[in-house]
Design a protein around this ligand. Sequence first.
Ligand code: ATP
Length: 667
Amino acid sequence: MGRRRRLTQRFTHHRTRRNRREATAGPRLPELTAHTWHAKDRELAETGLSTVARRLPAVIAQAARLAWRASPADTIATISLNLVAGIFTAFWLLATTGVLTALFSGRPTPDRVREALPSLLLVAAAVALRAGLQACAGWSQSRLNPQVRRLAELRLYEATTAVHLAALDDSDFLDELQRAQTRGMTSAPRVVQEAVDVLTGIVGLAAAAGTLGVLHPLLLPLLLLTAVPEGWASVRSARMQYLTMLSLVEVYRRKWILSDLMIQREHAAEVRSFTMRPFLLDEYDRSAAHQRAVELDLARRQTMAKVTGDMLKGVATAAVYIALGLMLWKGSVPLAVAGTAVLAIRSGQSSLVNLVFAVNQCYEEGLYFGDYLRFCTAAEDRIPRRALDVAAAEERERLPDDFAAIRVRDVVFTYPGAESPSLRGVSLDLRKGEVVALVGENGSGKTTLAKIMAGLYDPDSGDVRWDGVPLAEVPPQEVWERVAVIAQQYTHWPMTARQNITMGAGRGQVQDEDGDEDPAMLAAARASGADEVVAGLSHGYGTLLDRRFRDGAELSGGQWQRLAVARGFFRDAPLLICDEPSAALDARAEHQLFERIRTHADGRTVLLITHRLASVRYADRIYVLEHGEVTEEGDHASLMGRGGLYADLYSLQAAAYGAGGPQAQAG
Ligand SMILES: Nc1ncnc2c1ncn2[C@@H]1O[C@H](COP(=O)(O)OP(=O)(O)OP(=O)(O)O)[C@@H](O)[C@H]1O
């Protein structure tokens, strides 16, 4: 046996042993079992048939509202066609009695057939019409599906792209988002579909029940009796499924994060060079083993519920036929009526099965749909109210298109869930046309302050004012439109080089009819050195920058950063925030960038965050942040004279260059 095979076997054996141990010792994820959803678990565990019956109308009403918003015409068509189809079902069943009565009469066979013929034609016409109506109803129902899905998807993404950035730092919100996106959103078209199926089932059942009621009143309750066991089993099973999903959401999320790390191209090199494979696989397998144990248990419990339901249903069906037999024996129903009753019972039962299934599915999908609706409402509540005030622009102060001065006063800010504030009473000033630098050690709060100044977070206290107008009182879009950010962590947009520079700038057409590029874009690309990057791409500015697509190109870290800088320069905004804009740039590109910033980037006001202190020398003012507080302020010369943190950091960098520089080596 080869060594590799032996190793594989040993590995498999080890895993099997471990899995067995886990299955018996229970899940090894204590952090996943102590979750707040357990309160909800208990509440849902008490859900019974009566709760389903009580909640179902609300679910159906929600589905109807959604369907109506998606397409009133298709909603009306679906409902009315189903109702009319139901009338033809009843008509068909009653016409069958005529056929059977004629056939069971004591006359010669040719006469019996002749007498049955008109009723038979009626049956055929009713069946054909019903089939046509049902096909049309099915068609409008399937037309509703994509329209509802589109509405549901749009609502979710409209909310997630508008919520306050702080919401996305909140892990509970992220869990709810995950639940709404992975399961809740797909439940929207399904809940509509199931609600229509419930209606179809009710109509079919009403037709059969109506027929039975006309034939003999006793047959009706017997038919309904057969529904109870199956309904009970289905609802129980749906509830178990939902509770399991709830208890596993965090496991799903963890698995999703891990699978992303194991699959995505950008992590592949590090996974290998840091030999992270066993760690990742083991972590993944722990979650998967927990999920498997929970799901196996679910399968067992669902099977038990189904078997019990089926047994009870069998007993109820037998009771129905025994009762029918007794009624025949006693002569309380004639044979033709009994024959029609058998047909009606079978038709009623099949409608019942469909109805119970649809009720069950509708209830189950309704639970997920409820999650989706709750999430959307919660997310919409987390959209800054001022973002919705755009319409009322005349009645409030507007942020000036340009400003004379930006004043930051006593800003305190704590991230959601963080134990201590990241900013503790920061004040600073930016006057039009200045270059102001923020320096400080890692974690001192520079990026946080930049994000507050860019209108991405609201301070807990204190404020930022543009010529006296507080940012917190204007719609955030107004701030975002007037600020260009070259962020420390920027997105590699999986789009063309052109779109990577111009996206979001709102300048419309960036290529004229002859295919010539926008001069402003070309200028931004030249200023950042992105033009050199693009010159090397096979389709120039039209090159797709994503290797996952055919003909997609990949850029180096510094090349991506040049594009990010070009994006910031291209945006026509009076304030330019540069957060570590040169971390990945080569010396020449970095020099070019800081030269441009030093010349105020075409008259803009610049807030510059950088650890390259040589580039900060020329700033009009420098603020030093330490543990979320401004501890030093002034120009380069005054801060050097002070001998504080700035002077220390600057001297350290200068000494490193001095020691390693060509002069030192030559000396
Ligand atoms: N999204 C977040 N949620 C919670 N805490 C955060 C978040 N982002 C940053 N922090 C914390 O806020 C503090 C300030 O971080 P910030 O990114 O502003 O520092 P910085 O000065 O820009 O650091 P660096 O020089 O490393 O970029 C740090 O302690 C950090 O851990």
